[in-house]
Design a protein around this ligand. Structure first.
Ligand code: AMP
Length: 282
């Protein structure tokens, strides 16, 4: 695996290997890699001739500065994991490489309701930061395909919107959520859970499954309320949302029978750690 810290070096190499590079797959990450990230790399490897991953903890997408400060960094084991997975290129830029003018900006991406619903509502500015960094990384790497996880369902919608808004020549491939054996969605933030919290954390997946199971038996708002109450009873500190939503707009769904693609999404705090998850329903 070749590691580039500077975009100029990466671009030089890309130019010399343009034949492969023009079809390359790209997996952007913030590091602290787990099997969910590695699954994206593997999916890219089966679908493209060259796989480029990046590790960059993007300050502009953290609405909570404490979350940024505490974001886990495990760079040596990340490099080993990418190498073992057969990743071809790692882009590992510093802050000034991504944001030579600093990351504060007036630029606003027209995300419309995606920015006001669910994650957008609870994490003001988060998706603007995601767009800022993904746009910048796509501009540098110029991949043919972009591999991202369904674990961050709304983020995939936002990135699709970015691609549309900016007319970017890249296709987003959404990959399934990889879970621990007890159902907990893998996440870099799981590293911050205490052993006790770790035993409670899979409740979030169990509650989503329960909603899915009872979908046609109870009113959806009742199911959401019951799931939130169960999470609090299990030991979660607070629940930002549990929402049965239209998979294309994220607006709440009233009648499941009338919705072609529905998804249930959840975000809740276990101590200081905010966990998110979702399940496709139909
Ligand atoms: P992050 O490092 O958290 O920014 O995530 C980088 C990419 O990995 C994003 O596209 C995430 O959606 C994806 N990802 C994170 N966790 C998982 C998971 N458990 N399964 C599949 N993809 C994931």
């Amino acid at each position: 695996m070749i590691i580039f810290h500077k975009q100029a070096d990466l671009k030089n190499w890309a130019l010399k290997n343009a034949g492969k590079w023009q079809h390359c797959g790209f997996v952007p990450t913030m590091g602290a890699l787990h099997s969910g990230h590695i699954a994206l790399v593997k999916q890219s490897k089966t679908a493209t001739p060259l796989t480029v991953a990046s590790i960059f903890v993007n300050p502009s997408q953290f609405n909570d500065p404490k979350d940024f400060e505490k974001y886990p960094v495990t760079i040596d084991s990340d490099i080993r994991a990418l190498e073992t997975a057969g990743c071809d290129i790692l882009f590992l830029p510093g802050l000034s490489e991504i944001y030579p003018q600093g990351w504060k900006t007036d630029r606003h991406y027209a995300l419309e309701s995606l920015e006001n619903l669910l994650e957008g509502y609870y994490r003001p500015g988060h998706f603007q930061g995601v767009c800022q960094v993904v746009h910048r990384l796509l501009d540098i790497v110029k991949p043919a395909r972009l591999f991202m996880g369904q674990k961050d369902y709304q983020q995939c919608m936002v990135v699709n919107r970015l691609i549309e808004l900016e007319n970017l020549p890249v296709t987003l491939v959404t990959c399934p959520t990889i879970r621990e054996s007890d159902g907990l969605a893998m996440s870099s933030r799981n590293l911050r859970l205490t052993p006790e919290q770790r035993t409670i954390a899979p409740s979030i997946f169990r509650e989503l499954e329960q909603v899915k199971q009872d979908l046609y038996q109870f009113p959806l708002r009742i199911l959401e309320e019951r799931a939130a109450a169960n999470l609090l009873a299990a030991g979660f500190r607070s629940v930002d949302y549990i929402s049965v939503a239209n998979g294309q707009t994220l607006e709440p769904v009233d009648n499941i029978e009338e919705t072609k693609k529905a998804v249930v999404l959840a975000a809740a705090f276990l101590g200081e750690v905010r966990l998110i998850d979702n399940l496709l329903l139909n």
